[in-house]
Design a protein around this ligand. Structure first.
Ligand SMILES: Nc1nc2c(c(=O)[nH]1)N[C@H]1C(S)=C(S)[C@@H](COP(=O)(O)O)O[C@H]1N2
Ligand SMILES: [Mo]
Length: 151
């Protein structure tokens, strides 16, 4: 009984600390999971930008959203993104093609903090592409990201 409870707790915890990609992807299991460590094993990309949530220039490190979508062979047009805090938003897949959007796991050299922004944060290059510095894209900048459903 104790073992079952402990196991259940550890599974729930793990789900909060990884990204689950589902929907129109190529996977025999239906879902593909990435931990921050898995993401860090791919070629890192940095976006250095100001943001509404940070002070001065911030260095976000992650992987290109487009590369992850390629990796899972995403075949849809929209991503339904969900966060630990229950926030959800739709991200057009065209954003990943048009801009250097990253799935960030580090900020200024530190892993994103648990209970704040971890495990992942969608970041757009707001400074490089001035049109991104607006509410529409800020709203798509979902932190505590744990689910992407490809539709
Ligand atoms: N996980 C999560 N991400 C989120 C939000 C949120 O509530 N939860 N708010 C979004 C919205 S609507 C906007 S405009 C920006 C900025 O939110 P803030 O102004 O409340 O910081 O973050 C986005 N990312
Ligand atoms: Mo918003």
């Amino acid at each position: 009984m104790i073992a079952i409870l402990v196991f259940g707790a550890s599974v729930a915890r793990a789900e909060d600390q990884q990204l689950t990609i589902t929907g129109k992807i190529t996977s025999i299991h239906g879902s593909i999971y990435f931990s921050p460590g898995d993401m860090a094993a791919s070629t890192p990309v940095e976006v250095i930008t100001r943001s509404p949530w940070t002070t001065g220039k911030t260095r976000f490190r992650g992987v290109l959203l487009r590369d992850i979508l390629d990796k899972v062979e995403a075949a849809g047009t929209v991503l339904k993104a969900t966060a630990v805090d229950g926030y959800t938003v739709e991200i057009p897949i065209s954003d990943a093609e048009d801009f250097e959007v990253i799935i960030a796991y580090k900020m200024d050299g530190e892993w994103l903090e648990d209970g704040v922004y971890a495990p992942f944060w969608i970041i757009y290059p707001y400074d490089t592409n001035k049109e991104l510095a607006q509410e529409k894209y800020y709203g798509r900048s979902i932190w505590q990201l744990t689910k992407l459903a490809v539709e």
